[in-house]
Every structure is written in structure tokens, then in C-alpha cells.
Design a protein around this ligand. Structure first.
Ligand SMILES: [Fe+2]
Ligand SMILES: [Fe+2]
Length: 352
């Protein structure tokens, strides 16, 4: 049944807050920036007559967990749950996806929207075990206080969201034999991000800075992708050391000039290409069923490897031929040290 839609629903003020309230709201902001459907025209949300419609961000691990708490409770009023992060989900008339992602909302049976703490109060009021919070919110001044707490939570949400995501199970199958390699990949991509941060802190050459900014974006994406497949407890315990090592590996050559930076990146990526290739070979040698299950992971690693090869070739071309004299000898020694240091780091990260 389609609920009658009022013209551009006015948001009922904002009220109470809980950690729950906070989550849903907070997600919205960051999701909004990344969501392609953010500017989608308003559509009518569908729900039953007399239904309280909960509009939540299903892309947020905090929201999902909170909604899971509510979903199976015997509510006193019919509830509908709409994941507004799903571009295909219908929205209440007069609303935009960005608006709904920016704060937690519920649509009441009469079509009015309540957002933030006030939205949570509307939901809690019909849920057994949560009604006491709604009663608390009815005390003078309680709802504005909850709303203040909710807004404070919104500032913490990005960090909380990343932390929660780090404990989510991997989305791809990672064969047990590859977990140690994934730990070293995660450590390596962390180091790569910090290499470019080191370069960008000290390099003044415009070409080097453009190079580092472009590569940093790719390495951040690698780190995000690898992180998604390696829950926090499986990550290297030496991550602070990898960050420092990466930073120094970028900052020191940046002091010496563009050629040193490009030579360093070419040396690092030469090693990284070989490291990814070892893992692809390892997957290819798994028993057929396991190899098939690991195919999506293999595709991910192959994509990372292709990017690293591009980085290596670009850096090698910019580096040019190896210079002679003492300067050339020092640079070659540094690059050899970078290559062997990368290999040693992988050995350590596999174990710790
Ligand atoms: Fe990378
Ligand atoms: Fe790279």
C-alpha cells in the first residue's frame, strides 16, 4: 500500500539522542558525499497505512547493527525499514537522499518526518524495551539535550564508522594460506600511503608533487580495498612502525630531489610487483575448489599489481638513466636498501 504523501514533509524538530541516534545521522553526511544518487528526485516511499517508516543508512555498519536491534521487536505500530543508501530505494516525497543520509529520519503515519533525536524518540515510543527512553525524552529539556548529544556524535561518526568497519568480516573469501600475505599487503599499502605523505611534506618540485598526489590517491584506494578483506584482529601489530618507515622512505629522498624520489618509487614498486605476483601464483596453485572461491580476491590483487606496475614504469621513466659518480652510487645503494628493506618488512608483517 502506498502511503499518501504530503507535499515536502516538514521535519518535526530534533530531539533525543543515543548512540543509536548518532550513528544513523552521522553516516548520512559522509555517505551523501559519495552517493551518486544524492540528487535523485524525490520519490514516494511505500509502506502500509499507519506505518512508521524508518529511513536508515544501510551502508553504515553502526546503523545496520542498530537497526538489527529494532527490526525483530514486536512493535506497537507497523514498522517499515528503508535503506536510503540504496539508490533504488524509494524516498518520501519532497526529500533528497543527501538529506536522509545526513541525519536519522523516521516518517510518521501522517507523513511528517522526524529527524535526529526526535526521530529516535518516535521509534523508541513504539518499541518494547525502549519506551523508557521515549518517556525520558518527554521530560523538560531532555529532547534538546539528546539532540545536542546526537550532533556531537555526528562529528565522531566517521571515526566510529571506520572502527566498526574494521571489525566487519571480509567481503571476499581469503584462503587461510593467504591471510599472512594479506597482512603484509595491508602493511605495505599502509607504508605506501605514508611514503607519499612523506614526499608531499618536503618536496617542492611541482612535478614531484603532482606525481605524489596522484599516487597517494591510488594507494589510499588500495589500502581501503585491502583493509576491507582483513578484519582488525588480523592486521599487523607493527602498523605504527610501517607508517614511520613509509614516511621516511618518502621524506628522505624528497630532501635529495626529484630523481631520488622517482628512483625510490621505482625500487619500491619493483619489489611490490614481485610480491603480488607471488600471491597470484600461490592462488593459482590452490586446489580447484579453493582456487575458484579465491577468484574475486585474485582479481583484486591483480588489479593492485597492475597499478603498482604502472607506478613503477612511470617512476622509472621520470627517473631517467642512472647518474654516474658518487651521487649515482649513493642513489643506487639507497635503492638497494629500499628493496631489501621492503622484503624484510614483508617477512615481519606476515608474522606480526
Ligand atoms: Fe599500492
Ligand atoms: Fe603503488
Amino acid at each position: 500500500m502506498t502511503m499518501p504523501q504530503p507535499p515536502a514533509p516538514a521535519e518535526a524538530g530534533t530531539q533525543p539522542t543515543s548512540t543509536g541516534v548518532a550513528h544513523a545521522a552521522a553516516h548520512a553526511a559522509s555517505r551523501a558525499a559519495a552517493h551518486p544518487a544524492t540528487q535523485a528526485p524525490a520519490q514516494a516511499a511505500t509502506c502500509g497505512e499507519g506505518t512508521l517508516t524508518v529511513l536508515y543508512d544501510g551502508a553504515c555498519p553502526l546503523c545496520r547493527r542498530e537497526i538489527a536491534l529494532y527490526r525483530d521487536l514486536p512493535a506497537q505500530q507497523p514498522l517499515a525499514f528503508v535503506d536510503v543508501s540504496d539508490a533504488a530505494s524509494a524516498l518520501p516525497a519532497g526529500t533528497e537522499r543527501a538529506q536522509l543520509l545526513a541525519r536519522f529520519h523516521v516518517q510518521q503515519a501522517d507523513g511528517r518526518l522526524a529527524s535526529g533525536a526526535r526521530g529516535f524518540v518516535a521509534l523508541w515510543a513504539v518499541l518494547p524495551g525502549w519506551r523508557w527512553l521515549a518517556r525520558l525524552a518527554a521530560l523538560p529539556g531532555a529532547t534538546p539535550l539528546m539532540e545536542l548529544a546526537y550532533r556531537g556524535f555526528l562529528h565522531l561518526r566517521p571515526w566510529m564508522q571506520r572502527t566498526a568497519a574494521a571489525f566487519e568480516p571480509a567481503t571476499l573469501h581469503v584462503p587461510p594460506a593467504l591471510v599472512a600475505e594479506m597482512r603484509s599487503n595491508h602493511a605495505g599499502e599502509t607504508g605506501a600511503v605514508w611514503i607519499y605523505r612523506g614526499v608531499l611534506l618536503l618536496a617542492r618540485d611541482a612535478g614531484v608533487r603532482r606525481f605524489a598526489e596522484a599516487h597517494l590517491a591510488t594507494e589510499k584506494e588500495h589500502l581501503r580495498l585491502v583493509s576491507r578483506q582483513l578484519p582488525w584482529p588480523q592486521r599487523s601489530r607493527l602498523l605504527p612502525a610501517w607508517r614511520v618507515a613509509g614516511f621516511l622512505t618518502g621524506a628522505l629522498p624528497a630532501l635529495a630531489g626529484p630523481r631520488a624520489v622517482y628512483a625510490t618509487i621505482a625500487a619500491v614498486e619493483t619489489f611490490v610487483d614481485q610480491h603480488y605476483q607471488q600471491q597470484l601464483d600461490q592462488i593459482d596453485q590452490l586446489p580447484a575448489a579453493e582456487r575458484e572461491a579465491a577468484a574475486p580476491l585474485r582479481a583484486l590483487l591483480a588489479q593492485c599489481q597492475a597499478d603498482e606496475c604502472h607506478h613503477r614504469d612511470e617512476a622509472a621513466a621520470l627517473r631517467g638513466p642512472s647518474p654516474g659518480g658518487l651521487g649515482g652510487a649513493v642513489l643506487r645503494a639507497w635503492c638497494a636498501m629500499v628493496g631489501s628493506g621492503s622484503a624484510a618488512a614483508v617477512v615481519l608483517a606476515r608474522k606480526f
